[in-house]
Design a binder for this molecule. Sequence first.
Ligand code: FAD
Length: 404
Amino acid sequence: MAVRVVIIGGSFGGLTAACELRRQMGPDRVAITVIAKERRFTFVPSLTWVATGTRSVEQISFDLARPLAAAQAALVQQTVVGIDPERKVVDTDQAEHPYDFLVVATGHRSANEAVPGLGPVDGPGHSPMSVPEAVELASAVGALVRAPGPVVVGAAPGASCIGPAYELAFELDHLLRRRGLRHRVPISFVTPEPFLGHMGMGGAGKIRQLLEGAFEERDISYHTSAAVTKITEGVVEVGGSGPIPSILSIVIPPLAGVAAVAATPGLANLKGFIPVDDHYRQPSLDGVYAVGVAIALPPVEETAVPVNFPKTGHMTEQMAVIAARDIAARIEGREGSTAELSARCVLDMGDRGVYLAVDPVRPPRNRIPTVSEGRRWLLAKRVFERTYLWHARRGRRMPTSLGW
Ligand SMILES: Cc1cc2nc3c(=O)[nH]c(=O)nc-3n(C[C@H](O)[C@H](O)[C@H](O)COP(=O)(O)OP(=O)(O)OC[C@H]3O[C@@H](n4cnc5c(N)ncnc54)[C@H](O)[C@@H]3O)c2cc1C
């Protein structure tokens, strides 16, 4: 009988794990089931473009049925409510799914309760962290263009996904300049990072100098080691800096594990993130793996205001490949191999981009990080998005020569 592998999540982690496992082993050896609460894959990095009106959700997403059919994997659109590691069963709102191996790739929950007013569901703040939030933010940006006023962009204490905050500050600056409205919109950037470009990974090469120069050039005032303590309709309260007037506050929240993971005894830490070893196995539960934003990774260092380690889509895919190959190796009675995570990304600066490559992500690093700025990188980011979606829709991995 084929070994049963259940994968929870249909995003970077889940889809990559399913496709890679099928590449390793045919359907006679493994039966793959992907459980996802939404049946669409969304290219999450483009949610900032949804927020600023240059993409629709349809343009950056596709139905998971086609790539999973190509991977000969079953797609189950259900919401997982818990996992029973003793019985090796995943419970959803509709059924039980037994497994021999389980890969948890459920991403995050926005921990909006950490700061009063973080939103948009829980307060007047805005966020690009999910499709509905990005769509809501797009209408708030539309309102800003109709009635300009001060804006705060940034991240809350304990945030780990800070790159999109930089992108939104630059994209808003660019959008407002093009409309001749920038002089009516003071933009402030607030971040728990000890310096710009720390990004939870201790900085990278010249990214700090580049971002400081770019913000100063564009009249974006910035506050580092800043703890957002409260967001109201007209003000963002910041420990140390006092209140900053704001009619549009976009503050990235700290993240936590999703409810089903947090509710499973023995699976996750207090924040709901899953501890893993070098092979992305949960060390105390047999046959359980976790990849992507769902895993627990310690911060690189203690900072005055907490900043957590980033988990990017690129890193998530590397984790998913290691986990899938490890499952295949164990089915064959071998030990899988592992590798340090590296990261490459392009930050949208509105009229140009910055390419950033770090290897490994956690310092000290073997290579001096690459930091390169130019219009060509913004074009590369757009081409990458299209090419990625073209490949992923067909159940193929992005060729590594194209940068991921
Ligand atoms: C605005 C923004 C911009 C970003 N930009 C970049 C970038 O430029 N480059 C980069 O590398 N990374 C970027 N990232 C980070 C990247 O998007 C994440 O690292 C990536 O999405 C993580 O993938 P994942 O599979 O771990 O989780 P997610 O993408 O969060 O997916 C989680 C999956 O689990 C499913 N799920 C969750 N709970 C349940 C449940 N109970 N039952 C069933 N299914 C469930 C969801 O439906 C979804 O399919 C960005 C993130 C954001 C928010």
